[in-house]
Design a protein around this ligand. Structure first.
Ligand SMILES: [Zn+2]
Ligand SMILES: [Zn+2]
Length: 271
């Protein structure tokens, strides 16, 4: 069976560590057959070459990132299928800038993420307190509004960590159900996939992204899935795959997607 990890970072982002080769070796050790490096896109919506040291690679580093993935793809050919991917923030109003930034490269897969909500990061260390100061419902509503809009842009193949605001343990308030359902509908309508990510298991919330109820809603709506670890260290690469596979099956998914040059094919998720 195809065993994938579609979300892996590299030291270039400034908050991940280890050599890219070691991510591949760790994933191989866990039986992963297909891995995408998806480092954080340069923060194209902020000015300067390096607007977010510690958050993302610089603009100048992007060609070297692509070249290293391509070299490793050759080196590991026959052992693991290595894909060229990127995790791209969605920044409302900067859609053209992102399109231009990504255009020169032969991406296999582009992940779409919303990390910045109402002018600040939703997942950075310490940002959990925003749920108290700004109101959890307000943050979650705005987050899902942006997710729904991002789905419809056509810029992204897979939406990352669909319920990210829960990271520090603040689950989606009941009154935000409508906004969540609108986001699910937007994903289904746009034909984007979502990731089933083990990363949430390593955070305060201790729950897969998306949680079981939301994952079932997405699968029921016909949204396809890929599997990911969101690794920021070699030891995390391929981590938790049995749990995310089980969660997807539990939610009713029978297939998973694989991407080449941004074209998806479906493969079974066997028992
Ligand atoms: Zn990161
Ligand atoms: Zn992310």
């Amino acid at each position: 069976m195809l065993r994938t990890d579609y979300h892996n970072h590299t030291a270039r982002c400034g908050h991940a560590g280890g050599a890219m080769r070691d991510y591949l070796l760790a994933a191989l050790g866990r039986g992963v057959t297909e891995l995408a490096f998806t480092d954080h896109v340069p923060l194209y919506f902020l000015p300067g070459d390096d607007p977010g040291p510690g958050l993302a690679m610089t603009r100048a580093e992007l060609p070297g990132y692509v070249a290293e993935v391509e070299a490793l793809r050759e080196e590991f050919a026959g052992r693991i299928d290595l894909l060229l991917g990127i995790e791209a923030d969605y920044a409302e109003g900067f859609e053209e800038e992102l399109k231009e930034l990504l255009a020169p490269y032969p991406w296999d897969v582009v992940l779409g993420s919303v990390h910045c909500v109402a002018g600040d990061w939703i997942d950075a260390p310490g940002s959990g307190k925003r749920h108290g100061t700004e109101g959890s419902a307000a943050l979650w509503s705005e987050y899902y509004r942006l997710i729904a809009k991002a789905c419809g842009t056509g810029l992204f193949d897979v939406m990352s960590h669909f319920d990210l605001p829960k990271k520090f343990g603040h689950h989606r308030p009941a009154e935000v159900l409508g906004a969540e359902e609108a986001a699910v509908e937007a994903a289904a309508k746009a034909g984007v996939a979502i990731e089933v990510s083990s990363a949430g298991l390593r955070k305060t919330v201790a729950e897969i992204y998306p949680g079981p109820d939301l994952l079932r809603k997405l699968v029921t709506a016909g949204v396809p899935v890929v599997f990911s670890s969101d690794s920021h260290a070699p030891a995390e690469s391929g981590w938790g795959l049995e749990k995310t596979l089980a969660a997807a099956r539990e939610a009713g998914a029978t297939s998973q997607l694989s991407f080449r040059r941004r074209v998806a094919t479906a493969h079974p998720i066997d028992a």
